[in-house]
Design a protein around this ligand. Sequence first.
Ligand SMILES: Nc1ncnc2c1ncn2[C@@H]1O[C@H](COP(=O)(O)OP(=O)(O)O)[C@@H](O)[C@H]1O
Ligand SMILES: [Mg+2]
Length: 285
Amino acid sequence: MTVANSTHDLVVERVEAGYPGHLAVRGVDLTVPAGRVVAIVGPNGCGKSTLLRTIARLHQPRSGTVTVGGADIWQLGQRRAAHLVSLLPQAPQAPEAVTVAGLVRYGRHPHQGLFRQWSRDDERAVRAALDATGTTELAGRRLDRLSGGQRQRCWLAMVLAQETPLVLLDEPTSALDLGHAVEVLELARSVAAAGRTVVMVLHDLMSAARYADVIVAMRDGEIVADGPSREVVDAALVRTLYGIDADVLAAPGDGSPVVVPAARTPRAPAAAPAPAAAGPGKARM
Ligand SMILES: Nc1ncnc2c1ncn2[C@@H]1O[C@H](COP(=O)(O)OP(=O)(O)O)[C@@H](O)[C@H]1O
Ligand SMILES: [Mg+2]
């Protein structure tokens, strides 16, 4: 397939990647136009993180190519590739006692060199990333003393400060409550609205359906479906991916698919009406 070099489309072609004795990604082809949000979904162990790490130039594929804006990232040096692709790993590790500002500045390392020290451009990028993630007021705080939701926004700031056209996020919402998860998903949308491409692995099929332009469903290292969520998410896909029966409904508003698993084990019969003494706020179990 042909890609204009002037844009930053992501093109993954026939990528195979894995570990000794185990092929985790089996011939993946994927084209993502610039400015889109793509969600990769699929069961644990199906190769999502391996694929993301291969795109990020952290895991060398056995075969196939990954290009961003026409540049083969495995042909580029690590530093040049780091100007094109940034990754928030599934379980990021920070140096002990690092501050938020320190972490976000770390995102600028690929932009510095032997002769190019900290610049106004670096400072501007850090400020913009803190601002975009609502973490400016946390800049002086220690990362390890923040709540999970705050910490995840700081990690996102670190990734955004790299100012790469392609941003990869591996399960950015998995440890977050619904409110904080939605903050992160909205942020992913606004990053794409500003022209960058976001490819994220999401655990939750409904969030993926609601927030991504395109869903890429993987199983056993292969893409089994991809396209707009309303076209690809149905009961058959849920069964293929997760081996369960589910009803797939259309959400009010945009009609994005809502997955309701069919409960196999009956619930306890509904409780009798609560006596007045129970009062509000006293749940009866
Ligand atoms: N470092 C590793 N060494 C060996 N096997 C690995 C390693 N990392 C992942 N795997 C295996 O590769 C497969 C895909 O893993 P991964 O890409 O992490 O899946 P996912 O992110 O979809 O859960 C799994 O079977 C996993 O056990
Ligand atoms: Mg993973």
